[in-house]
Design a protein around this ligand. Sequence first.
Ligand SMILES: Cc1cc2nc3c(=O)[nH]c(=O)nc-3n(C[C@H](O)[C@H](O)[C@H](O)COP(=O)(O)OP(=O)(O)OC[C@H]3O[C@@H](n4cnc5c(N)ncnc54)[C@H](O)[C@@H]3O)c2cc1C
Length: 379
Amino acid sequence: MAESYDAVVIGAGVFGAWTAHRLQRTGRSVALLDVYGAGNSRSSSGGESRILRMGYGREEIYTRWSLASLRLWIELFEQVNQPELFQKTGVLWTPAADDANTAFTLGTLEKCGVVFQYLTPAELTARFPQVRYSSERVGIFEPESGVALARRAVCAVVEDAIRNGVDYFREAALAPDGAEVRTRSGRVLRASTFVYASGPWLPKIFPEILEGRIRPTRQEVFFFGTEPGDRRFTPPHMPAWLDFTDERGAYALPDIENRGFKLAFDRHGPPFDPDTSDRLADGLDAARAFLAERFPALAGAPLVESRVCQYENTSSGDFLIDRHPDFSNVWLVGGGSGHGFKHGPMVGEHVTALIDGSASVEARFSLATKSREAKRAVY
Ligand SMILES: Cc1cc2nc3c(=O)[nH]c(=O)nc-3n(C[C@H](O)[C@H](O)[C@H](O)COP(=O)(O)OP(=O)(O)OC[C@H]3O[C@@H](n4cnc5c(N)ncnc54)[C@H](O)[C@@H]3O)c2cc1C
């Protein structure tokens, strides 16, 4: 027999968890499904930590959404008595002194009211001597930004949603069929609205429309151990750090929860299957070489952990938040493209407003703007 809801959300990663949470707040009955469980190790949201930063060059919508989302994250963490899920480490950008994008970032931060400090090359070196550059760099420091403990944060959103009345099922949903969705175990869920927030699995569920439009890529993450007693790579001495001037797109997170100093590259890796691919990192040599170059004190640091995750990239890096072209009651929500985590709360708010009819589809989030040719524009 079918179970009936106002809305069914498929996928309890950061996008689906927040969408279910926000939909429930509007008084709707909501079911939330996840095939492997909220924050599972195969999901893109399942990592230990994610940077919550405001800088996005000239892409103002993302700066505005980051700022609004940060407030919602902090509010939720306080409500559920887990304020530690946001760590206000600060976020440091270190673009080349002549990087054209810097002026856009500064202008957008200013316009959106983001607190930041601009550091000259001399100020940058004096304040963060643990980082070394081979060319002249300036600093943009966001003191209010930081890091979310990602997997735990997603679980906190889901637990809060359940406490408020959302029904949560560990089930694998099939593609929609009019007013109902079936799961692999035979469950039938009826609803007036379905939201597929299934991250890198979206192209598997909707191959005709999304294959090639959302491309999962393999991304590696390394954690290095610091010397006993060395606090230079731990907050407050070390903030989260991004270097998108470097073509590898390196970023690092300080030692949080004693996991070690985290280093990764934002450059897209090879194609990846989120269900079946093994997750054994093989880029240690490149990570070590980078460490020796940028963080000389960590040159010989031992690897204490590594992970393989996946991005779910759209052609431009813009999210996909739009109706299914054949089913007006089905929404496709994903394409986080390596930067979606921080925006979870605003994605949830926006999807709820779309379903309520109080917002319309943003052109840059529409399916029509998602081509099969990769042309990354958002970082
Ligand atoms: C290494 C790495 C570093 C990153 N760093 C950052 C960062 O610093 N800052 C930032 O903002 N973002 C970052 N991101 C990006 C961010 O983590 C993702 O954009 C975001 O987590 C995507 O969330 P999602 O909910 O769309 O997908 P997911 O988290 O993958 O969630 C989708 C869920 O759907 C479920 N599912 C799939 N198919 C079905 C089905 N048929 N039925 C039921 N359930 C199903 C899955 O089990 C999964 O839990 C990073 C990503 C990676 C991989």
